[in-house]
Each structure stands twice: as C-alpha cells, then as structure tokens.
Design a binder for this molecule. Structure first.
Ligand code: SAH
Ligand code: SF4
Ligand code: F3S
Length: 461
C-alpha cells in the first residue's frame, strides 16, 4: 500500500511540468535566440515561467558589449544564488544556466566566479541545450563554448506555426551571425565568431512558417546583416537585396526590415530594394560611430566620413522618405575636442530620426583597450550628454514633422485605454490609435494628431 502511494505521488510529481525562466539582455539577436532556446526546451516538456522564483531552470541570455552589460549578469547571479538556496531548503531544485555573449567570452570562468551556475553555453551551441541540461541533471557542471561544426539552425526547432502562433504580428528572423570586421572597440567578432549566412531555403521556410502563424512584419537580423550572402535555391550566391525581394513574395508578409547594417556592405542591389520594394520599410539603422576620419581609422571602421555621407545621399535618392538611425561612441581613445566636434557635425548634417549613443567602454581582449590616451570618464560623460541632447532634439523634430500627416500603421496590440490600439509607423515609432477601425494584424491608414516623447498619437483616417 505504502509503496503504491509513493509511486502515485512520484507519478504526480513528475507529471508536473518543469518550468523555465529566461532573462534576456543585449541585442535583438539575443531576443531571437531566447525564443529558439525556449522552443527547444518546450520540446523537452518545459513550460515558460514569468518569474525566476518558481523556476526549475533559470537561463540568463547575456550581453558582453559594454562593461555595464556584463556586470549586470554577476549581480543577477548573486540574487539567483539566494533563490537557489531557498528552493533547495524547500527540497526543490533550481538549475542556473548562463548563455549568450558573456558565456562565450568567459566560459568556465563564470562557474569559478559564481559557483551556483550549473551550465555555461555559448551562442554557437544552443542546439545542444537539451542534451547539456540532461548532463547537468546527472550532476555535471557543463561548459559548452566550442564552435560547433554542425549548423545549429538545422537542429533548433524552426519557428513552427503551432509554436509561434499568438506571439504577435511582428517577428525577428536571424539570417546572418558573427562578424569579420574587427572594429577595435568591439567584442562581437570574439563572442559571435566569424560571419555565417543561412541559406535562402532555410530562411524562406522559417519566414513562411511565421507568416502562417500570423506574422505580418519580419525584421531580418544579423550583427552585420547586410553582409549576408547566402546560398540561393539554384546554388548561386545571393545578397540581402535579392533575399528581401524573395521574402516580399510570401503571402502575409506585409512589412520587412533588417538590422544592423555596416556602411561598407550597402551594395547597389540593397539600395535598389529600398527604391523598388514598397514592403521594405523606409527606415535604416546604419551606424557611423564617429565623425572624424582619424577616429574612424583608429576604430578600424574602414570607411571615411565622406564615404558615409555619399552613401546616405545615394540611399536617400533611392528612397526619399527614408529615416536614418545610427549608433555613436564618444570617448574612443585619443578622441580630442576637435574629433568630437566632427561627430556633432555629421549628426547635424545627416539628421537622425533615432539613435543610440554610448560612452566608450574598454573591453578585455579588444585592441582599443590596449591603446594609450584613454579619455577620462568626466570628459566622456560631458560629450555623451551633449551628443544625446542633439540626437534627442532631432528625434523630436522628426516626430513633430509628422503631425497632421497620414501614414500606414501595423496594429500590434491593445492600448492602455478602451478603444485604443497600438501599432508602428513605417519609421518604427509606436503609434497610439484612438477608435481604430481595425484588428491587431491589420495595416490601417491614420492621421497623426500629436507627437509624444516616445510615441505618436493618431486617429483613423
Ligand atoms: N554590428 C553593429 C553593432 C553591434 S554592437 C555594427 O557594426 O554597427 C551595437 C553598438 O554598440 C555599436 O554600434 C557601438 O556603437 C556600440 N559598442 C560596441 N562596442 C562598444 C564599446 N566597447 N563601448 C561602447 N559602445 C560600444
Ligand atoms: Fe562590432 Fe564592428 Fe562587427 Fe559591428 S562591424 S559587430 S561594431 S566589429
Ligand atoms: Fe551584446 Fe552579444 Fe548582442 S555582446 S549586443 S548580446 S551580439
């Protein structure tokens, strides 16, 4: 009798699905990867949890781009160690895994620094995650950071319509990963490895699955997305422009975007796609980083400020309503006041609808960190403030310039108030639509009534 009860109890315990909590830091590619990891774990019977508190497995998908991003991970691991101890005291398990770019950069060092960590797994080996977790369950500490020979995308569950349905009308799709450019400030070539491009057939199949699940807008991702050069169905090599034309044919895919681009890889075909493809949204994230040729050279960007200007001119003549977005670094080693003034100048000349700006953060293992004449922190602070003030004023002016005009908005979700729906403008701004005559997933015409700090208000047109 007793034994039977125990068996029944065990059966009901193991019937309870295990819960996984994934926390994502960093860029959109990590968001995409977290989704793929969750899908792979769902196939193993894990269900997603919204909090770490009741999770059997916590995965941190980490970012190494700046010192702050990497430090966040260790403070989170400190908090998780306490949770893990509390759960252990209650007879429950909590496994802790570190994925992403800190995992790749620091490997087993993470377990030495944070002993509560059970698993370290780099971005190139996510398809081995279920197996790694089985090994952890068996009592091993697992570090998986070797570059796999097999293609992880062949082994990760593709975004099946049944899996992705209900996740929304916009989706990311990684087409390219890694970087061969080696800008002297950047860790990405070390954390994501060398450039790889997924073949057209694989990308198209995933895009079709997403479309069938209700996705209307696809954002193609890559650390250097416009360096994508994948194998076409006929065995020839395609560029990103051609890929965009192909994806625009998929029924249901109404809008296309891609990010992040490098100025050196904007070829004629891609610029032609901006001219000829209505579904390609008129918004381009094209980082220049700095406005002085001397600094660009020290950064190993391999283009001049003038190259960038001419490129933007060509893109704008192909697609006059295109809005530019960018990334900027202030305080790269050796940056003088005169160099910084040139950054302000290129910003004024180009005019950005949106931008991200950062203080230079010396990263271990990158050439920039070894350079003399690092810029003092207070100087970086002041330059960043000045640059951000300029960028914010441009962003506001861009939004204000849209008031009174009409535009197409893809409705994404319900708003905070009754009757409101929230969508995106072609230029990626959130748009709050009052009394929208449409459903989520529809693209409707609206008229902009007001520009708010980080969104637009509009009424159905
Ligand atoms: N692949 C993209 C950028 C990826 S990282 C590109 O080439 O543009 C995103 C942004 O972070 C970079 O554009 C850069 O502006 C910033 N960044 C990268 N390394 C940095 C560092 N060490 N310190 C400060 N900002 C950095
Ligand atoms: Fe980093 Fe430069 Fe590569 Fe962009 S192009 S990921 S900034 S090394
Ligand atoms: Fe960060 Fe890695 Fe993305 S370092 S920005 S998560 S590629």
């Amino acid at each position: 009798m007793d034994l039977e009860n125990t068996i029944q109890e065990r059966a009901s315990v193991s019937a309870e699905p295990k819960k996984v909590f994934v926390r994502t830091y960093g860029c959109q590619m990590n968001v995409y990867d977290s989704q793929r990891m969750s899908d792979a774990l769902a196939a193993e019977g894990y269900v997603a949890s919204d909090t770490a508190e009741d999770a059997d497995l916590v995965l941190l998908n980490t970012c190494h781009i700046r010192a702050k991003a990497a430090e966040k991970v260790y403070s989170e691991l400190g908090r998780l160690r306490k949770l893990k101890d509390e759960r252990a005291a209650a007879g429950k398990e909590m496994l802790i895994g570190v994925a992403g770019c800190v995992a790749q950069a620091e490997g087993g060092e993470i377990i030495r620094r944070a002993g509560a960590v059970d698993l370290v797994i780099g971005p190139q080996t996510y398809h081995r995650l279920p197996d790694a977790i089985r090994r952890v369950r068996g009592g091993e500490k697992v570090v998986e950071t070797d570059y796999a020979v097999e293609d992880k995308f062949d082994h990760l569950p593709a975004a099946k319509p049944s899996v992705v349905r209900g996740r929304g009308v916009t989706a990311f799709l990684t087409v390219q990963e890694g970087c061969d450019k080696f800008c002297t400030f950047c860790v990405v070539p070390y954390t994501r490895g060398s450039e790889t491009s997924r073949p057209v057939a694989q990308i198209a199949a995933e895009a079709e699955n997403l479309a069938r699940a209700g996705v209307r807008e696809l954002t193609l991702l890559g650390q250097n997305v416009n360096a994508w050069h994948g194998e076409g169905p006929d065995g020839s090599e395609w560029g990103l422009g051609r890929l965009l034309f192909r994806l625009a044919e998929i029924p249901g895919i109404e809008r296309l975007r891609y990010t992040t681009s490098h100025p050196r890889d904007m070829d004629d075909e891609l610029i032609a796609a901006h001219r000829d493809l209505d579904r390609l949204m008129p918004y381009l994230h094209l980082p220049v980083q700095a406005g002085s040729d001397r600094i660009l050279k020290a950064m190993n960007r391999r283009h001049t400020v003038d190259d960038y200007r001419r490129l933007v001119d060509r893109i704008r003549s192909a697609r006059p309503d295109i809005a530019m977005s960018g990334d900027f670094i202030v305080g790269f080693p050796g940056e003088t006041e005169a160099d910084f003034a040139e950054t302000l100048k290129i910003v004024r000349d180009i005019g950005y609808a949106q931008a991200f700006s950062f203080k230079y953060s010396p990263r271990p293992g990158t050439p920039g960190a070894e350079l003399d004449d690092q810029v003092p922190e207070p100087v970086k602070d002041r330059r960043l403030q000045e640059l951000q003030a300029l960028l914010t004023s441009q962003q506001k002016a861009f939004a204000a310039g849209l008031v009174g005009s009409g535009m197409a908005v893809l409705l994404e979700k319900e708003g905070r108030h009754e009757g409101q729906l929230v969508g995106r403008s072609p230029w990626l701004q959130p748009v709050i639509v009052e009394d929208a005559a449409g459903r989520i997933g529809d693209i409707i015409r609206v008229r902009v009534t007001h520009a708010n700090a980080n969104s637009l208000s509009a009424e159905a047109a």
